[in-house]
Design a protein around this ligand. Structure first.
Ligand code: ARG
Length: 298
C-alpha cells in the first residue's frame, strides 16, 4: 500500500482494517546514566540556553514509580541496562517500532537514530526484543533516518500505522514499511513545530476512536487525517502539551499514564471515562520526553 497523507485519498477507516492484539508487555531502560549531555531537542535547555541539569536520584525515584504503576496494572515489565555512554537511552521507545501483525506475530523494525549520541541504542533494544521472540527487521536503506516508536504509533487494536516525519524520521521510512506490508495502511503526518519533534509528543492514541493531540504540531492535512482516524480525539491545550500531555500512554484503553501536572487533560480524560494514572516525569521532561517514550510496548 502507498502511504496516505490526504484524508480524501484514504479509502478506509480503522473499523475496516484487520484486528491486531494490543501489546501486553513493556520494555523499560534503566535510568542510571540518564543525563542531559547535549541538547538535541528544544526542551533540553533552560531559558538561558544552558543544558538542563538532571537530578539522578529524583530520576530514579520517578522511574521506579512508573515501573510500579505498570506492575500494578498487570503489565509485564522487562528492563534493559544501557551503558554509561548513552545518556538518552532511557527513552527506549525510539530505537525500535513494534508492529503487531493480524496473524498474532509481532515484528520489530530497528531504528536509525538521527543523533550520533544515540546511534548505538537500536542494537541493544533489537537484542532485547529478539531474545523475547520478536523478529527484528531493518529498513532496506540504512541511510534513512527512522526513530521507531518516537515517530510511529500503531492504531490501538487495528492493523494501521501512524507515522510522523519532518523533524527526525523521514517519510521514506514509512514508505519502506508500507512496501513491506501490502495489507497495512500507513497514515503519515508532517510535524511542523520543533517543540513537537516526535509524533509521540503530539498525539497519544488511547482507544480505537480516541486520542489526545495538540493542534500546533500538525498542518491542515494532518489534522484532517487524525480526526478521521480518531473521531473522538481530544485536543490538549498548548501549555499542557508542552509538559508532554500527549506523551501519555494507555496500556489497556482505560488507564492513562500521564505526566501529573497536566491537570486539565487529566480532568478531560476522567470526563470521558478514562482513569488517569498521574506520574511525576519532571526529570525526564528535561530531556524532552515523558511517559510514552520511556517504554517500548511489545
Ligand atoms: N533527548 C531525547 C531525544 O531528543 C528524548 C527522546 C524522547 N523521546 C520521544 N519519543 N519523545 O532524542
Amino acid at each position: 500500500m502507498p502511504v496516505f497523507e490526504d484524508v480524501s485519498s484514504w479509502p478506509r477507516r480503522p473499523a475496516d482494517l484487520p484486528r491486531v492484539a494490543r501489546p501486553d508487555r513493556v520494555l523499560l531502560a534503566d535510568p542510571e546514566h540518564f543525563r542531559v549531555v547535549e541538547a538535541i531537542n528544544v526542551h533540553m535547555c533552560d531559558a538561558e540556553g544552558r543544558p538542563n541539569r538532571v537530578d539522578p536520584a529524583a530520576a530514579r525515584r520517578e522511574w521506579e514509580a512508573m515501573r510500579a504503576a505498570y506492575e500494578e496494572l498487570g503489565v509485564e515489565v522487562a528492563v534493559v541496562e544501557p551503558p554509561p555512554e548513552w545518556p538518552d537511552a532511557c527513552y527506549v521507545a525510539n530505537p525500535a517500532l513494534v508492529l503487531p501483525l493480524p496473524d498474532g506475530r509481532r515484528e520489530a523494525w530497528s531504528a536509525r537514530m538521527v543523533h550520533r549520541l544515540r546511534r548505538d541504542e537500536p542494537r541493544l533494544v533489537a537484542e532485547a526484543l529478539a531474545a523475547r521472540g520478536l523478529v527484528v527487521r531493518e529498513l532496506p536503506d540504512p541511510s534513512v533516518p527512522f526513530e521507531g516508536t518516537g515517530d510511529g504509533h500503531v492504531h490501538p487494536g487495528r492493523f494501521l500505522l501512524h507515522g510522523g516525519y519532518g523533524q527526525r524520521t523521514e517519510r521514506a521510512a514509512w514508505e519502506a514499511i508500507a512496501a513491506a506490508h501490502p495489507d497495512l495502511d500507513v497514515l503519515v503526518y508532517r510535524l511542523v513545530d520543533e517543540r513537537f519533534y516526535h509524533l509521540d509528543t503530539a498525539v497519544a492514541p488511547l482507544t480505537e476512536t480516541t486520542a489526545l493531540y495538540v493542534r500546533e504540531a500538525f498542518d491542515d492535512a494532518g489534522l484532517a487525517l487524525l480526526r478521521a482516524a480518531f473521531p473522538d480525539a481530544l485536543e490538549v491545550p498548548l501549555d499542557e502539551a508542552l509538559r508532554f500531555a500527549c506523551n501519555a500512554f494507555s496500556p489497556d484503553g482505560r488507564h492513562v499514564l500521564i505526566e501529573r501536572t497536566c491537570t486539565d487533560t487529566r480532568e478531560r480524560l476522567e470526563e470521558h471515562g478514562f482513569v488517569p494514572v498521574p506520574l511525576d516525569t519532571s526529570e525526564f521532561r528535561k530531556g524532552g520526553g515523558s511517559v510514552f517514550c520511556l517504554k517500548l510496548a511489545f
